[in-house]
Design a protein. Structure first.
Length: 74
């Protein structure tokens, strides 16, 4: 895949919280991306109450649906 996003390239393998335009939130390790998708692994769905539910396998997020994403420092 093309690696034109310098900030994403530098952040690959970092943990992020992604919030979609539907207000759904997912936390995971960024393992790949392209112009259309973010791919995260070790993923959790985050409920508005803060409850976490594990998601099996790699998870594809449509990039145009992501309102914002933020790095999680551990």
């Amino acid at each position: 895949m093309a690696r034109t996003d310098r900030l994403l390239r530098d952040a690959e393998r970092g943990r992020f919280l992604f919030t979609l335009d539907t207000e759904e939130a997912f936390e995971g390790v960024l393992i790949d991306w392209d112009e259309a998708h973010f791919v995260i692994d070790n993923t959790f769905s985050i409920a508005p109450t803060g409850d976490r539910l594990a998601v099996d396998g790699p998870f594809w997020l449509p990039r145009h649906r992501v309102k914002y994403h933020q790095a999680i420092r551990t």
